[in-house]
Design a protein around this ligand. Structure first.
Ligand code: PMP
Length: 386
């Protein structure tokens, strides 16, 4: 049986068109983009084109794109950089209960060091930020509100324009980790009012290890670097630029901007076919999160009575993901699903299917077949061993 990859939210495959633009840079792209000689200037011109492509996908300004080594670094820069620059009396940071670890752990770190006071805003059982809870928690002592656009585990979308408005009403900055939403649904920095936006190359069929923090002219003046050195990227991210990665990321952004609209319709149709087939073939199948407000490519599905790790292992060579993490040999439940009030047992029975550009109808047929077989097998084994 051929391999089927349904873990695009983990990392999407590199688009061959991206490889095509990266290859000449890898082969012939000589020189440091900061050098003034002709080789350096050529590299810089390629980076500048990519800066425009990335900015265009988000509705930001090219000069406000700060290239980083991925969204993890962009999130670290936004949180640490904004807190390190916050005026006295504004030391609180608010994040949602379902943020990616790179936001959650950075915020916890700032709190532990006494650099910020962290408050976590709960989410509804649908998986999005509870706006009333945010309103109750927010105040003029808040420096930064950080809420993701779309959740990687459930695909659930947050009301980011409203959250941005609440943050601005008290004079706080709004950071949005848009890593999963960008390239899949329209995202416009100006419309959302975000002051800082994090994105990543490998979620949009670009290379891994490259991403960006996009700010505004004003917000970037209120940011301190976390990586110090030669003053690259407006002094906010030192280090010689990864030109091939940046050019690949730019091309991936360009393709996403061109193809996102019809791609999302095609992918949503496949995703809905997958979930409908699973529900028809198996009993006690439930979707997790608000299915009316989520990414077109994601389905988080609970198969009651079947341990997700066991199902995933038996689904090979179909690749999907559980939100649980293996820490020091024990399986930790997904913090995202727990925060949504999903009971612990159910968390361990939930699987994320995430589709994308290269997913075909045949992939979905194979995935349905393998999932049904695996769930039935695990359910029988569980009953027999009970
Ligand atoms: N934020 C979100 C929402 C993500 O899904 C991910 C990747 N899983 C990241 C940040 C980190 O991105 P990167 O791998 O580029 O560091």
């Amino acid at each position: 049986m051929r391999e089927v990859y349904l873990d695009y939210n983990g990392s999407a495959p590199l688009d061959p068109r991206v490889v095509d633009v990266m290859t000449p840079i890898l082969n012939d792209g000589i020189g440091n983009a900061s050098s003034v000689h002709r080789f350096g200037r050529r590299q810089k011109a390629a980076v500048d084109d990519a800066r425009e492509q990335v900015a265009a996908l988000l509705g930001g300004r090219p000069s406000n794109v700060i290239f980083t080594g991925g969204a993890t670094e962009a999130n670290n820069l936004a949180l640490q950089g904004a807190i390190n620059c916050a005026p006295i009396g504004r030391s609180r940071i608010l994040i949602s209960a379902v943020e990616h670890a790179s936001v959650r752990q950075t915020a916890r770190y700032l709190d532990e060091l006494g650099l910020a006071k962290l408050d976590i805003i709960p989410v509804t059982d649908g998986g999005f930020v509870d706006l009333d809870a945010l309103e109750a928690a927010i105040g003029t002592n808040v420096a930064l509100v950080s809420v993701m656009a779309a959740n990687s585990e459930t695909g659930v979308l947050n009301p980011i324009a409203e959250i941005s408005e609440q943050a601005h009403a008290v004079g706080a900055f709004f950071h949005c980790d848009a890593t999963q939403m960008v390239g899949r649904l329209p995202f416009d920095m100006e419309e959302t009012g975000a002051d800082f936006v994090s994105t990543s190359g490998h979620k949009i069929c670009g290379p891994g290890g490259i991403g960006a923090l996009i700010g505004t002219r004003r917000s970037l003046r209120h940011l301190r670097p976390i990586i110090h050195g030669g003053g690259h990227e407006r002094g906010l991210r030192s280090g010689s630029l990864n030109v091939a990665g940046i050019v690949g990321y730019g091309e991936a952004a360009h393709i996403a901007a061109e193809e996102r609209e019809w791609e999302s319709i095609r992918v949503a149709t496949l995703r809905d076919r997958l979930t409908a087939s699973l529900k028809t073939a198996l009993g006690s199948v439930y979707e997790v999160g608000d299915i009316g407000h989520r990414l077109p490519n994601t389905a988080n599905i609970r198969f009651e009575g079947a341990d997700a790790e066991a199902v995933v292992t038996n689904m090979d060579p179909v690749a999907v993901s559980t939100g649980s993490a293996c820490n020091s040999g024990s399986i930790e439940p997904s913090e995202v699903l727990l925060a949504m009030g999903v009971p612990r047992d159910a968390v361990f029975e939930s699987i994320r299917f995430s589709l994308g550009r290269f997913t075909t109808r045949e992939d979905i047929q194979i995935a349905v077949q393998r999932t049904v077989e695996a769930v039935e097998f695990v359910r029988v084994m569980t009953r027999e061993c009970a």
